[in-house]
Ligand binder design. Sequence first.
Ligand code: AMP
Length: 253
Amino acid sequence: MNLQRDRSAWLHGPGHPCQEPSTQIGRPYRLILLGAPGVGKGTQAALLSSALGGCHLSTGDIFRLARSTGPGELTPAMHVAVDRMKRGELVSDTTVLQIVRERLGCLTCRGGFLLDGFPRTVPQAAALDVLFQHAGVRLDAVVSYELAEAEIIRRIGGRRTCPACKAVFHEQLRPPKRAGLCDRCGTALVLRDDDQPGAVHVRQQAYLESTAPLLSYYHQQGLLVHVAAIGTPEEVFSRTLLALAVHFERGAS
Ligand code: AMP
């Protein structure tokens, strides 16, 4: 099943309602995807969204879109956020939480969701818990993708993104049909600002210092599901479905 989901409400925020998918795929799943930058969360989110339903809700995509709209149209807070993103630093909790609160409808959507890149700090996770409590939303699981740092660096170094349609390729692992050009729209592929070597180092540090503590946070809530992220996207995807099935079976028994 390959449903193209309408992420307008998430990407553009208030005033941009989405068209909910007309086809429901069974029960809704409410998942958070964790893992160091470059581990492949975005790729897995897209595969999971097709298989399980629910929109791929990436906070990174919101900031990248803001960046491409041009500085003149950004609020001061968004301007600062985009600058931090370019350097690989985390955006402040205050700004991120404001952006997520404005998009609460995506978290209460009857189709479920796949959160990618949020929460990224313990204060963000605690604030999300409060939002969920007030909205009566129950999280199903938090998937932690795990991969050795050397492999992560290799994956990020070869990653190329289409600045027009946002499709992602990899020079060795998933090359485009025509070298350097997007398969979908023919635009020249680029190395994202935050995939430049200096920014990658800052992002890995930010992950270790700010995001890794979330593993014990969600382990304590009985929500954490570990998945080895080595192998092809399809292999990791199958592993994810299996790990989730085991997690749900345990919860049911
Ligand atoms: P990602 O695509 O998830 O790697 O996010 C790209 C960049 O956006 C990050 O390196 C941060 O600068 C910023 N960002 C995205 N989500 C968050 C978040 N939850 N907290 C802080 N910064 C974030």
